[in-house]
Design a protein. Structure first.
Length: 315
C-alpha cells in the first residue's frame, strides 16, 4: 500500500473507533433495531442527488445486507444487553481474520508469509485483550458481537466484488437495504411505537441530544466518510491487505471509552494493544520478492538461455 492509502486506512480506524462512543450515546435513548435502521434511513434523501453505482445488484444488496443490516443489528443488540463499549470495539475486529480467511477461501486471494505473520501477531494481541476483558463480560453478548464481525467480513467481500468506480456512491446506496428489515424487527421485538416514541422525545432530554449527536456522527462520519474510504481501499487492494487495519479500531475504541466513558484500560490491554499495532503494520506490508542475481559469464562461456538448449555453436 502507498503511504497515502495507509494513512487513509488509519483514518478510517480512528473514525470507526470513536464511532463506538457515538453508538453508546445513541443506544442510550433509541432501541437497538430501530437505531440500526435509523442510521441508514437518514441517508436516503441523499440518493436523489447521487446516481446509482453501476455494479451488479447482488453485490450492492449483499453489501447492504451483511455490512449494513446484520453487522449493526448484532452489534447494537450486544451493546444493548451489556457488551462493554471498549470490548465491543475489540471483538468486532474479528472481522479482519474472517475477511482474510474468506478472501483466500472464496476469492482465491494469495496471502504472503509476512501478512500471515502480521495477522497472527495482531490476532494474538486481540486475544490477549479479549481474555483480559472477558473476565468481566457475559458470554452471550460476546458471541452476538462475533456474529456481527462475521457479517462485516462477508460485507467486505461483497464490496470488493462490486468494485465500484465511485465507492462513495456504493456506500450511500446500501442505505436502501437496512431500514425496512430493521424497522420490521423493531416493531416485532421492541414494540410498534417504541422507536418512533424515542425519536419524538429526543429533544426533551440531554440523553436524547447525545443520541442525536451520536446518530449524526455514525451516519455522516462513520458511514459516509469511513465506509466510503474503506470501500475505496478494498477496490484498490486485496482484502487481506486492507482488513488488518480494522484491528486498529479497538485501540481507538478502548482509548476513547477510557477518556469519555471512564472505562479504564489495564496495563495488560495497553501492552496487547501495542502487539496489535505491530501486527497490523506487518499485515499491511508486502516485501519485494527476491530475484536471482544475474549470472556472470566468463570469456568463452555460453549464455544461460543458449545453455538451456545445448552447447553453443561457433559463428
Amino acid at each position: 500500500m502507498t503511504p497515502r492509502d495507509r494513512s487513509l486506512a488509519v483514518l478510517v480506524a480512528v473514525l470507526w473507533g470513536a464511532n463506538f462512543i457515538a453508538l453508546d450515546f445513541g443506544l442510550g435513548h433509541f432501541p437497538p433495531f430501530f437505531f440500526a435502521g435509523l442510521r441508514f434511513a437518514v441517508l436516503l434523501p441523499l440518493l436523489f442527488f447521487v446516481p446509482r453505482p453501476q455494479v451488479p445488484w447482488q453485490w450492492l444488496i449483499g453489501y447492504g445486507l451483511f455490512f449494513g443490516s446484520l453487522q449493526f443489528a448484532f452489534l447494537f443488540v450486544a451493546m444493548h444487553i451489556g457488551m462493554p463499549t471498549g470490548l465491543a470495539s475489540l471483538v468486532q475486529q474479528a472481522s479482519a481474520p474472517f475477511t482474510v480467511a474468506l478472501g483466500a477461501l472464496l476469492l482465491r486471494e494469495r496471502i504472503s508469509p509476512v501478512q500471515v505473520a502480521g495477522i497472527l501477531t495482531a490476532v494474538f494481541g486481540m486475544v490477549l485483550i479479549g481474555w483480559h476483558r472477558a473476565q468481566s463480560a457475559a458470554l452471550l453478548p460476546m458471541l452476538i458481537t462475533v456474529c456481527g464481525a462475521l457479517s462485516w467480513a462477508l460485507g467486505n467481500l461483497c464490496a470488493r466484488k462490486a468494485n465500484p468506480q465511485n465507492p462513495l456512491h456504493l456506500t450511500l446506496w446500501i442505505a436502501i437495504v437496512p431500514p425496512l428489515p430493521m424497522f420490521a424487527l423493531s416493531a416485532a421485538f421492541e414494540g410498534p411505537t417504541a422507536g418512533w416514541d424515542a425519536l419524538a422525545t429526543a429533544l426533551d432530554s440531554p440523553a436524547g441530544w447525545y443520541a442525536l449527536g451520536g446518530l449524526a456522527y455514525t451516519s455522516l462520519l462513520a458511514t459516509i466518510v469511513g465506509s466510503g474510504l474503506w470501500t475505496t481501499l478494498l477496490g484498490r487492494y486485496p482484502a487481506s491487505r486492507v482488513a488488518p487495519f480494522s484491528l486498529l479500531v479497538p485501540i481507538v475504541g478502548i482509548t476513547t471509552a477510557w477518556l469519555i466513558l471512564g472505562e479504564r484500560p489495564h496495563p495488560v490491554e495497553l501492552a496487547a494493544g501495542a502487539v496489535v499495532v505491530t501486527g497490523v503494520l506487518l499485515g499491511s506490508l508486502e516485501l519485494p520478492r527476491r530475484t536471482a542475481p544475474p549470472e556472470v559469464l566468463e570469456p568463452g562461456d555460453v549464455s544461460a538461455p543458449a545453455r538451456a538448449f545445448g552447447p553453443g555453436r561457433p559463428d
